[in-house]
Design a protein around this ligand. Structure first.
Ligand SMILES: [Zn+2]
Length: 454
């Protein structure tokens, strides 16, 4: 490539950016020294190793993606730390929180192994969730929080189902260390019964998966999770919320001062059951895709602060793991690749369609997730002292999505052929340009593990 700055630099000046900060957006320069933001002011003129002229473009804090299935050593054929974080960097993401897929991260040894792998293979900074939580690993919670792993993923449904009593017990222990319980909220009893009936009727077409988990399945689980969190007085985070009912429940719980937060994902903001008819098993996800009304409610929830953040829920499956679902949807892998298109989707479908402001986009993609998961003050904001992580974006550039230009190992995207307006042009991690116009400019080896502090 023509760029010569792929080695670590000690100082960087971003000139003429329209910089999106926590409380305002203004035309200013930003100086980074030794990986941190050193000064924010107009007309900075100092000698630096590198200068980027943003030419008036918006400078956002680097995106903090708190739900990315990337680092599982058992599933490197779907994605690995390197390919997953290359896709992240190309998409303006500078920090990921790796979410357990199947190999447990529930002991200090497992944490150390994953930190080691991430540090040598990742190209953006990373943190870790613990999971999957169950009765057997509750005793490890304290030791994990001491290593900076303070978010505990728990399932209210298959495949890592725990009963309500165990869930309650996990919450109580997590709260003792002021950590956060991170829940997959779908009701097992209800979805199991519906699945049984669908199978009995011979249903195995793609839409049967959606019918096995209608809105009420999420509604019931979120209701119970909030009730338990209220009783325990603990921090609760609802992963990948997909329904308008969820938005109503979270809004009510927040009014009642329950310490709950909610995340939604690009697919719940763009795709519906109608897309299942076209893309079949490729858009099998859990929770399943819902309706246009749910999409509207989730955008409104983001705009009014009920929904705190957007995560990618990046969970790619290989084409053959998806293709089997045309014949039998129950056999197909559930999950979509989405980390590289997340920021473009928020800019195109959110900001450019006036559903949320750019300031709000930065809040739900960077500030809120960093704060909620204990990565602040280092990550998630443009402020003196914070890590110099940025996504410079062009809000008017239009590009058609094509899997061949994305970095996913699986080689497909649910958004093939979609045209998004608004893309990241430059991604900067701790003062170093890691991606420009979709090109990756660094090699693995300088990523840092960012411990959560709560
Ligand atoms: Zn997930």
């Amino acid at each position: 490539m023509a760029h010569s700055w792929s080695t670590a630099l000690s100082s960087l000046l971003i000139k003429n950016g329209t910089v999106v900060m926590e409380d305002r957006t203004l035309r200013t320069d930003v100086l980074a020294e030794n990986g941190r933001i050193a000064r924010i002011a107009r007309g900075i003129s100092v000698q630096t190793d590198q200068i980027i002229d943003a030419g008036g473009e918006f400078v956002l804090p680097g995106v903090v993606d708190v739900h990315a299935h990337i680092g599982d050593p058992e599933f490197t054929r779907r994605e690995d730390f390197t390919t997953g974080t290359q896709a992240a960097a190309a998409g303006g993401v500078t920090t990921i929180v790796d979410m357990v897929l199947s190999t447990p991260v529930d002991t200090p040894q497992a944490v150390r192994e994953r930190v080691e792998r991430g540090a040598s293979e990742s190209i953006v900074d990373f943190s870790l969730h613990a999971g999957m939580m169950n009765r057997a690993n509750i005793g490890n919670i304290e030791a994990l929080t001491k290593l900076g792993v303070c978010s505990f993923k728990t399932f209210m449904c298959a495949p890592y189902y725990v009963d309500r009593a165990t869930f309650h017990e996990i919450m109580k222990n997590v709260s003792r260390f002021r950590a956060i319980t991170n829940v997959h909220a779908e009701d097992e009893e209800l979805s199991q019964k519906l699945t049984f009936e669908l199978k009995k009727a011979g249903r195995k077409d793609p839409i049967a998966h959606n019918e096995s988990k209608p809105n009420v399945v999420e509604e019931k689980a979120i209701t119970d999770a909030i009730d338990l969190a209220r009783a325990v007085r603990t921090k609760l985070h609802i992963s990948h919320m997909s329904t308008s009912e969820g938005v109503v429940l979270v809004a009510k719980a927040k009014r009642e001062k329950v310490d709950v937060s909610a995340e939604t994902c690009p697919h719940y903001l763009t795709l519906t059951k109608a897309d299942v008819l076209k893309l079949g098993p490729y858009v099998k996800v859990s929770p399943p895709l819902k309706t246009e009304a749910d999409i509207l409610a989730l955008w409104r929830g983001l705009a009014n602060g009920t929904v705190d953040m957007i995560s990618s829920e990046h969970a790619p499956g290989e084409a053959d793991e998806k293709e089997v679902g045309w014949d039998n949807i129950w056999d197909a892998w559930g999950g979509v690749p989405s980390i590289e298109t997340m920021l473009p989707i928020v800019l195109s479908e959110g900001v450019n369609k006036n559903r949320i402001t750019l300031q709000k986009a930065a809040k739900v993609l960077s500030q809120n997730p960093a704060k909620r998961f204990g990565l602040c003050p280092r990550k998630g904001r443009i402020a003196v002292g914070a890590d110099a992580d940025f996504a410079i974006i062009d809000l008017s550039i239009e590009k058609k999505v094509g899997a061949s230009r994305l970095h996913y190992k699986v080689g497909w995207t649910p958004y093939e052929g979609w045209v998004f307006r608004g893309w990241p042009t430059t991604t900067i991690l701790r003062g170093e340009v890691v991606a420009r116009d979709g090109q990756i400019l660094v090699k693995p080896g300088s990523a840092q593990f960012v411990p959560m502090k709560m």
